[in-house]
Design a protein. Structure first.
Length: 495
């Protein structure tokens, strides 16, 4: 496989060099061929891991097509749009998110203009460019913009499947639905997200039944997403079944092609470990978490020049492993894993020009570390990490209560417990900020129920009353707003 890629790279480089010589003598005849060969070279370089080389080739190709489109707009606008799409991906890969976003927006706008005149030819390209744009918007934190882009792309693919070739556009529709589901869920539309991912999984299952191996990776990916949504919506058994099926598929695929599918197997094992732990299978959870962490460590070691690729997943896996080790009584091992995870998130946030991409994960990891420190008797250390986790997450929860609000009660209650255990006073002003954010979710009954479940779970585990006045007020308001049978009812008292 690597030999085939090396041969492909040599051929692409030779073609680009040949057209460069020809274009030097006769630019009118050969500049279009040079631009096309550069885009081909950029694609091969990217597949070979040469992100810098791919970016240089894509930039040169885009500049050439821009020059050609300025002179012959009708002939070269489609090529310019395609080149901008390739350039956007290269810029995102190199961490230039703003540059990538500008290129992705320009590509989408050009394809929109072209599709208005010739939908048959350009609607598929517009939908594809909207997905790249959505990824860029999500990376800079504009999840609402990302959701709008994916909604538009999904409508286009549904139209293409209905009006043109159903079989040809079915895989793209399924992919778009899967992406749409993720953004819907992140923005608080959990029921809509579940419907979208169920439709995607059903489409992929149908495709896999007809074409087997070609669509097994997509089916496995969709099942992982479905499992997460099912579990978070309360269907834990369904979620466990879905992730078990996905993990078995990834294991089969990774056995045949480890370079392509080991990362997906590791991701699926992390999800499986989390679900197994929640369902009470602690030994199974520990086995899955250990296997996943070993895979991520191996992948990160094999790719030292691209830390953003695997270190975030290693950090997440270490947090899951810490829970598994703690559940089996290995508190010291759990503490080591939690500390390593926090250190990795700190490093990623410090080294990245857009630290906001990693700060929520750092906050969650700090919360986990606070729990591990408390378990080891370091009450003061637990308190420090708990308050840091809240302060890191608060700005994100204030900006997007539906996305981050449900995490705050657990963080706040861990902090309050650490304060009581260490003999210190809780920062009531900080807890009041938490309460103010949680007030923003009170119109969402489903999210309110999640918040209430967190309070009930933590209180049951602690067996002590909630003393923080802002939190106590919020708990009472939550109870009053919930329907009877879900912790609600007028006049109910919190402990």
């Amino acid at each position: 496989m690597m030999g085939d890629r090396q041969g492909g790279l040599r051929s692409a480089e030779e073609a680009a060099n040949l057209y460069r010589r020809l274009a030097a003598d006769n630019p009118d005849a050969y500049l279009p061929d040079l631009a096309m060969s550069l885009n081909n070279l950029a694609t091969v370089q990217s597949e070979m891991g040469d992100s810098k080389g791919a970016l240089r080739s894509a930039e040169e190709a885009t500049n050439l097509y821009r020059r050609l489109a300025a002179e012959y707009s009708d002939a070269y606008l489609p090529d310019l749009a395609g080149s901008l799409h390739i350039l956007a991906k290269g810029l995102f890969m190199m961490g230039d998110r703003q540059g990538g976003l500008r290129s992705a927006e320009e590509a989408a706008n050009l394809y929109r203009q072209l599709a208005a005149d010739n939908p048959d030819a350009h609607l598929p390209n517009l939908a594809r460019s909207l997905h790249t744009l959505a990824s860029g918007l999500s990376e800079i934190g504009d999840r609402q913009g990302a959701l709008r882009s994916v909604e538009e792309a999904t409508k286009i693919y549904r139209r293409l499947a209905a009006e043109y070739s159903y079989a040809a556009h079915l895989p793209n529709l399924a992919f778009s639905l899967n992406t749409l589901a993720t953004f819907q869920f992140e923005m608080g539309d959990r029921k809509g997200g579940l419907r979208s991912v169920e439709e995607a999984a059903n489409l992929y299952r149908r495709l896999a039944a007809e074409y087997d191996y070609a669509h097994l990776p997509n089916l496995a990916f969709s099942l992982n997403t479905l499992a997460t949504f099912q579990f978070e919506m309360g269907d834990r058994k369904g979620g466990l079944r879905s992730v078990e099926e996905a993990t078995n598929l990834w294991r089969r695929l990774a056995a045949d092609n480890p370079d392509a599918y080991l990362p997906e197997l590791a991701l699926s094992l992390n999800t499986l470990a989390t679900f197994q732990f929640e369902m009470g299978d602690r030994q199974g959870a520990l086995r899955s978490a250990e296997e996943a962490t070993n895979l991520w460590r191996r992948l990160a070691a094999d790719n030292p020049y691209y830390p953003d690729t695997y270190l975030p997943e290693l950090a997440r896996s270490l947090t899951i492993l810490a829970s598994g080790l703690s559940g089996m009584g290995d508190r010291q091992g759990a503490l080591r894993s939690a500390e390593e995870a926090v250190n990795l998130w700190r490093r990623l946030a410090a080294d990245n020009p857009y630290p906001d991409a990693y700060l929520p994960d750092l906050a969650i990891s700090l919360h986990n570390l606070a729990i591990r420190l408390s378990g080891m008797g370091d009450r003061q250390g637990a308190r420090e990490k708990a308050v840091e986790s809240i302060r890191l997450l608060l700005p994100f929860a204030e900006q997007l209560p539906a996305g981050f609000g449900a995490l705050l009660p657990r963080l706040a209650l861990t902090y309050r417990e650490a304060c009581e255990a260490s003999g210190g006073e809780a920062d009531e002003e900080l807890l009041a900020q938490v309460w103010a954010v949680l007030e923003e979710v009170k119109a969402d009954e489903e999210l309110l129920a999640q918040v209430w479940a967190v309070f009930e779970e933590v209180k049951a585990g602690e067996g002590r009353p909630v003393k923080s006045r802002p939190l106590l007020r919020f708990i009472r308001r939550v109870r009053r707003r919930l329907p009877r049978g879900r912790g609600g009812g007028q006049g109910g008292r919190s402990r």
